[in-house]
Design a protein around this ligand. Structure first.
Ligand SMILES: Nc1nc2c(ncn2[C@@H]2O[C@H](COP(=O)(O)OP(=O)(O)OP(=O)(O)O)[C@@H](O)[C@H]2O)c(=O)[nH]1
Ligand SMILES: [Mg+2]
Length: 301
């Protein structure tokens, strides 16, 4: 009998390099949230792809940050924790960032923790750079000898993503699938829905507002009525009244914009229409409470 392959592939790298975009491109659907800001992903999230003779579990992680503040230090921990048990690591760098090579050097020790044959280097966002600029960088990275493949891709335009998937397949260990074929993620539906809402807060608001937000789905006992569009309630927690005001906006227009955009993603994910109700509540200083933060980031205290 032909063998089955199954393994965990960790997507790791500096913040904003496109790890979550790449995970969604590999899966062919939106699961992990994406934004132009640093520090978008807060939690490890697994995207499961099952084929006839293979199951790959992609593990998205928070990005590493240089000179981390308190929260970034915790996010670095979350990334390490999620990468630790992966069979294979895909390091993702943004080639349009002039610091890409120094980021690789900075992370070299972490990269070398895995044997070279279990480590790829993805040079993402190639759509933003001239081909000629890529070659010297490729050469320099090659000379480091810490990656078994260096693969230029554009996760956004889905260039090179199929090639990456093809190169990953034979790298997976032989073994039974870890999840049943209908499983798409390890996360609950509530988690995914709350993240879609958080993404819209990130893209709709500015400065520090996104970083002070936590989203929770509310369990609202509601009689299931087969011909009714299901309603989901979510609470957006912020840490001050003024930020609550910003999120609601003039005559509620900001919250409405966030709600409409989130609803569209949720409908795409669930495959049916939904009604989404958002509430903004204040919980002062929740991010200064070490226990609350550790609990939110699923880190042991
Ligand atoms: N031009 C271009 N932009 C990209 C590409 N991949 C990702 N981006 C953009 O880069 C930004 C960051 O993408 P994310 O996928 O959120 O990055 P991340 O590495 O998951 O970031 P963190 O979760 O904060 O660590 C977003 O604005 C993406 O649209 C790409 O191939 N080309
Ligand atoms: Mg991310």
């Amino acid at each position: 009998m032909e063998s089955f392959r199954s393994g965990f592939v960790g997507l790791v790298g500096p913040t904003n390099s496109g790890k979550s975009t790449l995970m969604n491109a590999l899966l062919g659907r939106k699961l992990s949230i994406v934004s132009p800001r640093a520090q978008t992903t807060y939690h490890g999230i697994r995207g499961i792809q099952t084929k006839e003779r293979e199951q790959i579990i992609y593990v998205d992680t928070p990005g590493f940050q240089r000179n981390p503040d308190r929260i970034a230090r915790l996010l670095n921990k979350v990334a390490d924790k999620n990468a630790k048990d992966c069979d294979f690591l895909v390091w993702v760098f943004d080639v349009s960032n002039p610091k890409a090579f120094s980021q690789i050097m900075q992370l070299k020790e972490r990269i070398s923790n895995k044997p070279i044959e279990k480590t790829f280097c993805i040079l993402n966002k190639v759509d933003k750079v001239a081909k000629g600029d890529l070659l010297p960088l490729l050469q320099k990275i090659h000379e480091l000898g810490v990656f078994s493949e260096i693969i230029p891709v554009s996760a956004l335009k889905k260039d090179g993503v199929d090639r990456l998937a093809k190169l990953l397949s034979p790298m997976m260990p032989e073994g039974m699938p870890w999840y049943s074929p209908e499983d798409k993620t390890d996360r609950s539906q509530d988690f995914v829905l709350s993240e879609f809402i958080r993404e819209k807060v990130y893209t709709a608001t500015r400065q520090e507002v996104p970083y002070t937000v936590r989203v929770e789905m509310e369990n609202w006992p509601e009689e299931k009525q087969p011909d009714r569009v299901p309603t989901y309630h979510a609470i957006i927690w912020v840490d001050s009244e003024s930020r609550r005001g910003i999120l609601i906006g003039k005559q509620g227009e900001m919250l409405k914009r966030i709600g409409t955009a989130a609803r569209q993603d949720i409908e795409g994910y669930l495959g049916h229409q939904v009604c989404l109700k958002l509430f903004v509540r204040v919980q002062p200083h929740w991010r200064d409470d070490a226990r609350a933060l550790n609990k939110y980031l699923e880190l042991e205290t």
